[in-house]
Design a protein around this ligand. Structure first.
Ligand SMILES: [Zn+2]
Length: 381
């Protein structure tokens, strides 16, 4: 009996061995045939990694990355506008990558539409249901500028994962017109050459159209901006009942402070992605005193900034996903290492990578709390 079983096992092993040998011979003959042909380029392999064609996953990890919420990523499908920069990965690839590196989730910032809310829905339903993915929508010309209808759509796309509404970015007046910056060199206005690659749609607009989306005038937010913020403060997203946060977009330092004042008055959370570049130290101080979060994006995440504004008011994000940068998870890991080397504590990293960004998308702000995720604000303890 014992022998029979052994014989059967050996028989199976032998059969497998013969099969593998056969495959090996077939493979070898295939290689030989290719070698003999020797003409024409090799067939394109979509799985081949080509460092000249975009970033390679460095596979970096860090304790700060595990459970992190990246509130600022740029992934496909998108358009190459904004200086002609294309994306390195799409939203499904970031979902796989993020899951692999243990992030809690990420926010897709799509400059031109409300699509990110839909991408988040698709990831949660079909790719990685454990990842908490959200959308972020700037109010550029493609969505009609300062437009409540666009915000209503974005926040009511199935799932309710559109959670950050951003002031204009590419079409921002500050980016177009430039102007003085307190304590720094003035911001240069947009050149026609730059506009041609950055905002080609401007050449298609009817004559006499405004050249940018303006949010302020004479030191005050425009009435339509105030109206929109008021709407945002009292609306909740469809299905998941989430609160919506505001981002200052590519606004001036003055406008960042005006927005923070209004957000503070309305009980809205606000984050500034470019405050490190456009706010003076005094403006930054006031912005933070009003409860604003300052985004420290990869490369710009330094211990000096953390000391200046305090980890309670800072959020570390990747702002990656572009072809000319590292992949978002690597960007985040490098930011964590840079900050730690600069003397930033683990508690502070926890605040900036996990807790503060979780607040911005209205999920419970402590690490590992997935059961209470994406709850309505009313359920929060
Ligand atoms: Zn960005």
């Amino acid at each position: 009996m014992k022998f029979k079983e052994d014989a059967r096992v050996w028989g199976v092993l032998l059969a497998v061995g013969v099969m593998m040998l056969g495959l090996a011979v077939l493979g070898a003959s295939g290689v030989a045939a290719q070698g003999q042909a020797g003409s024409g380029p090799p067939e394109w392999d979509p799985w081949e990694i080509n460092p000249l064609d975009g970033p390679v996953d460095l596979g970096l990890t860090d304790p700060a990355l595990v459970g992190a919420m990246d509130v600022h990523s740029h992934v496909d499908p998108s358009t190459p506008w904004n200086n002609g920069i294309t994306r390195a990965i799409d939203f499904i690839e970031y979902a796989h990558l993020g899951k692999l590196r243990g992030v809690r989730g990420f926010v897709i910032k799509e400059h031109h539409s409300a699509a990110a809310a839909g991408y988040a829905y698709m990831i949660r339903k079909h790719i990685e249901p454990t990842l908490e993915v959200f959308g972020r929508m700037p109010l550029n010309f493609q969505v009609g500028g300062i437009n409540v209808a666009a915000v209503d759509h974005f926040t009511h796309v199935r799932g309710g994962w559109g959670r950050i509404v951003e002031m204009p970015t590419i079409d921002a007046e500050w980016r177009y017109a430039g102007g003085p910056r307190p304590g720094r060199e003035p911001r240069a206005p947009e050149t026609a050459e730059r506009r041609a690659v950055s905002r080609p749609w401007m050449a298609l607009m009817p004559p006499g159209s405004p050249m940018a989306v303006s949010i302020s005038q004479n030191g005050e937010l425009r009435p339509e901006v105030k109206f929109l913020l008021e709407y945002v403060s009292r609306t909740r997203t469809a299905d998941s009942g989430g609160r919506i946060s505001i981002s200052t977009g590519h606004s001036s330092g003055d406008e960042d402070v005006l927005l923070a004042r209004e957000a503070n008055r309305l009980g809205l959370l606000i984050v500034s992605p470019h405050g490190t570049q456009d706010m003076s130290p005094e403006q930054l101080q006031e912005y933070v005193r009003l409860g604003g979060f300052l985004e420290l994006r990869q490369g710009g995440a330094t211990a000096e900034w953390v000391r200046m504004v305090g980890a309670e008011n800072a959020v570390v994000s990747s702002d990656c996903g572009f072809r000319h940068e590292l992949l978002p998870t690597d960007c985040m890991a490098i930011a964590a290492r840079t900050l730690r080397e600069g003397g930033v504590s683990e508690r502070e990293l926890d605040l900036m990578f996990k807790q503060n960004p979780a607040k911005l998308v209205d999920i419970w702000p402590w690490r590992g709390s997935t059961t209470g995720s994406s709850s309505s604000a009313a359920d929060r303890p």
